[in-house]
Write a protein that binds this ligand. Structure first.
Ligand SMILES: [Cu+2]
Length: 251
């Protein structure tokens, strides 16, 4: 059946709508911002998944359109009969080709996914001589920060968690009471704070600035107020802050 004008219009309209949706989702994602080493990896992950998804989606819709536009009217097709296997069913070569393509896609997706997990979890491969560890403990409704050097303070004072730019910092997270989750949304980092357990993550901030810290686990009445701030500063400024903080007496 050759599509009439109306059908053709619908096909074109749907195709344009789909392409706009694909593009809009890309746009939306890029507009989310994000900074630091983790955000880069997530962007790569999203782009890979979305691109392959678009390819598959596009292929399926093109196939629909091809079916609609190439069916011949009045074609004598054998009617299916109960209990009788149709003489011709599918095409082995096409089935094989589709299987190979899907397998390749899955291999690519597995590869980028496992690479990303390695990146997030194997912080030892990314730390440098300048790296250090900060122990973060969640409480209802604030965070405490404990540096290697002994500096120890809390977000309840309104003070920011200070780290140097371009230095990988290891973050060990636990909780002093209920479940919390230490999240740096802009840096795409979230580490669960679980009683009796320490979860480790890391950050490599590549831009100075102030960023939000949020609790991502509903932890009680004032969960929404469990807000902190991360301040990424130049290495010199960090050293100055660090010395002053140490000299000012450790809590
Ligand atoms: Cu919390």
């Amino acid at each position: 059946m050759i599509p009439d004008k109306k059908q053709f219009g619908i096909i074109i309209g749907v195709t344009i709508l789909l392409m706009l949706t694909y593009a809009a989702i890309f746009n939306w994602f890029n507009g989310l911002g994000g900074t630091g080493a983790h955000a880069e990896v997530y962007n790569h992950l999203f782009t890979t998944y979305w691109s392959l998804g678009v390819l598959i989606g596009g292929g399926v819709y093109l196939y629909f359109i091809w079916l609609i536009t190439t069916s011949v009217q009045g074609e004598t097709e054998e009617q299916p009969e109960m209990g009788v296997v149709p003489i011709e069913r599918g095409n082995n070569k096409v089935a094989m080709a589709i299987s190979i393509v899907i397998t390749l896609f899955l291999l690519v997706l597995s590869d980028v996914t496992f690479d990303s997990i390695d990146f997030f979890e194997k912080y030892g491969e990314h730390t440098t001589e300048e790296s250090f560890t900060i122990k973060v403990t969640g409480y209802q409704y604030y965070w405490t920060y404990e540096y290697d050097s002994g500096i120890n303070y809390s977000s309840a004072t309104g003070e920011a968690l200070v780290i140097p730019v371009d230095v990988p910092v290891v973050i060990e997270v636990t909780t002093g009471d209920v479940f919390h989750s230490f999240a740096l949304p802009e840096h795409r980092i979230k580490i669960d704070a679980i009683p009796g357990r320490t979860n480790t993550g890391w950050i490599n901030a590549d831009e100075t600035g102030k960023y939000p810290i949020r609790c991502f686990e509903l932890c009680g009445e004032f969960h929404a107020d469990m807000i902190g701030e991360l301040e990424v500063v130049q290495k010199d400024d960090f050293d100055a802050w660090h010395s002053a903080k140490l000299a000012g007496g450790v809590n």
